[in-house]
Design a binder for this molecule. Structure first.
Ligand code: GLY
Length: 296
């Protein structure tokens, strides 16, 4: 069994996933536990409760999950007032229709399924938003989505959750809830997920690209490298300036890869029952294990 997840914020979430797996959890239970841990942690401002708001000061959340056994997925976007959007997205996995709900429709679905209406804008997030509004600074910057993939007992499942870009336009949706760019899984091949600026990740359909490269026989690390470097180079060739994007992936046997167009990209893996904090460098060509700040 292997789990891979984006950014150092996933460290304790991966430990939470390990705990539920020890008690017999499914792939879906494990990823939901991992992501719920981050969504509910007020110190993390890129995901769930206490996420950074849009330019109107409203927190709008995106999340998705895909089951690699049958490609069934569930997704929500622009979801307000619900702390754990991944749990709502998970409920939509396997629906015959209506797998992807946005805004009011996603909220209504959540309320009908027992979720609680809550205020998601915490004081630190509101203060940072107010500071930007006072300066009339409405620029958007990069973003840290939690994206995660598990390979266990012949199954591969991927999931994401994010509050999207800080100061985004109301209704803006990035790559994270989109099957293809933001996440993909096929239990016969492997799974992948992306983080960074969704506007660029969508241009390269990054997660699907990695899985399709693996389907052709490309090694998981090389597939991550090729997808990220390929999109970056293509954008430059077309006169565009790529912003930051990064990926993590697993093949069906639990081998992992991670690549980024940043100098260093932090991610977390669980393998052989051990949680490791890793850095991907050199476009996914080299890796370094470090001690996480969350290690007590
Ligand atoms: N990757 C997250 C977003 O662009 O919203």
């Amino acid at each position: 069994m292997t789990i891979i997840a984006t950014w150092e914020m996933s460290y304790d979430g991966v430990k939470a996933a390990r705990e539920v797996i020890r008690k017999g959890a499914s792939c879906e239970d494990a990823l939901e536990a991992l992501i719920n841990y981050i969504e509910l942690n007020e110190d993390f401002h890129n995901v769930g409760h206490s996420g950074w708001p849009n330019e109107d000061g409203v927190v709008e959340l995106d999340a998705a999950m895909i089951n690699g056994d049958n490609l069934e997925y569930g997704a929500v976007a622009g979801l307000r007032n619900i702390k754990t959007p991944i749990s709502v997205a998970r409920l939509l996995v396997g629906s015959e229709y209506n797998n992807f709900l946005v805004g009011e429709g996603a909220y209504r679905f959540a309320m009908e399924h027992g979720f609680k209406h809550e205020n998601l804008l915490t004081k630190p997030a509101r203060d940072r938003w107010l500071e930007r509004v006072m300066k009339e600074d409405y620029g958007v910057k990069g973003h840290d989505t939690v994206g995660t993939v598990i390979s266990m007992n012949g199954r591969v499942v991927a999931a994401t959750s994010t509050s999207g870009l800080f100061m985004k336009k109301m209704g803006r949706v990035g790559d994270s809830p989109l099957v293809g760019p933001g996440l993909y899984a096929d239990s016969d091949v492997g799974g992948a997920t992306a983080t960074g600026v969704g506007e660029d990740i969508i241009k390269g359909t990054l997660s699907f690209k990695i899985v399709e490269l693996m389907r052709l026989g490309v090694d998981v690390k090389e597939a991550c490298h090729k997808a990220v470097k390929g999109l970056h180079d293509t954008m430059i060739k077309k006169g565009e300036t790529p912003r930051e994007f990064s990926v993590v992936a697993l093949d069906k046997d639990g081998n992992w890869g991670a690549a980024s167009n940043r100098d260093e990209f932090p991610f977390v893996i669980l393998e052989d029952d051990e949680v490791k904090f890793m850095i991907s460098k050199d476009w996914g060509r080299s890796f370094e294990e470090r001690v996480s700040a969350f290690e007590k």
